[in-house]
Design a protein around this ligand. Sequence first.
Ligand SMILES: *Cc1c(COP(=O)(O)O)cnc(C)c1O
Length: 429
Amino acid sequence: MTEKWNNSTICVQGGFVPANGETRTLPIYQSTTFKYDTSEELAKLFDLAAPGHIYTRISNPTCDLVEKKIAELEGGVGAMLTSSGQAASLISVFNIASAGDNFVMMSNLYGGTTNLFLVTMKRMGIEARVATSDMTDDEIRALFDSRTRCFFGETIANPSLEVFDFDRFVPLAHSQGVPVIIDNTFATPILCNPFRFGADIVVHSTTKYMDGHATVVGGCIVDGGTFDWEKDGRYPELTEPDESYHGVIYTKQFGKAAYITKARTQLMRDLGSTPQPMAAFLLNLGLETLDVRIRRHSENALAVARYLRSRTDVVESVAYPGLEDDSEHAKAGKYLLDGMASGVVSFCVKGGREKAMKFMDSLHLAAIVTHVADARTCVLNPASTTHRQLSDEMLRKAGIEPGFVRFSVGIESAGDIIRDIEEALEACR
Ligand SMILES: *Cc1c(COP(=O)(O)O)cnc(C)c1O
């Protein structure tokens, strides 16, 4: 077989393919280090002159097999697991930006990413410039200069559920000479392959649907292998000798996989935000059922969104890209598999913060947790939790209505989830 398998098959069988007599399931290489017969062989690894594992902080065979599966699912040339989604986002940008450089980010990114980019990376001397989708192309282009290193967006933004307009932003970023990095967490590689729409690098918080069971925090970076780093000398980290590896030039030695090789051999080596082999094993278990789960999440979420939409007596507004009259529906049809939009539905109950809290407290099946995107239905009201310290006015400025509820629809019976919502809406009338 040389044809690429369908993603539903890769989920189950990609990555680890056992040889004769080997374990049927992914083996866990629970070892910090690896033994070599001669110091000569090990020395070659330290010069990046031969492939192989040195130390689990940099790479590990269990993690390697899960990385292969995710790279196959996304259609990339290589992938690297990280200890969290945050670590993946940090390394994805830091790999090609240094103090004095800047990059452009969409305004609707996940709150943790926004904080990392605008506050913490600023302390590293890297400036994030914010683009919004209602800016004109000229206004966005004005954010770029010769020190701009990348453009960062989310396929389905958490929690606004805005769908990234690849056909608009990818050519725009490329015309400015920089790659597009996409956080594909909510869509997963099943609903969207950003590389097909011109993105260059993909990151994931695997903590969400990929693991899917709220079991293990993790992240991943995938390299599409398509960006031309050598074009205009903007990326010396990749095109000039790395003295810490005896003058290796990543683009010369690793070609299409230059970016992901440098992320591992240099940044993972130095920053050490490494996933444990056991975490990679658990992630792989989740990946095996990803295709089945994300379809069910999407189907259930559409039913829940339709129900909420019908309750105009108590529900102010509903956002779900799967709804025909949602502002994101056309983009969902264009970029997401069969228009499926994952399990997260955002809505506003009438009556603000107090009513939203009463509604959530009255739910039985849906649990109040600081999480999204796992098999069990869960719910969060940013106004009373993650954004608690903000006044109603400040919340609105941040784009969050006080009655805003982020509802993560699980894979239980849609009828049961809707009944739970119905009863909670009655209770807070
Ligand atoms: C949760 C999340 C992250 C951060 O991932 P962690 O695994 O929690 O570090 C990044 N992006 C998106 C879209 C997320 O939902």
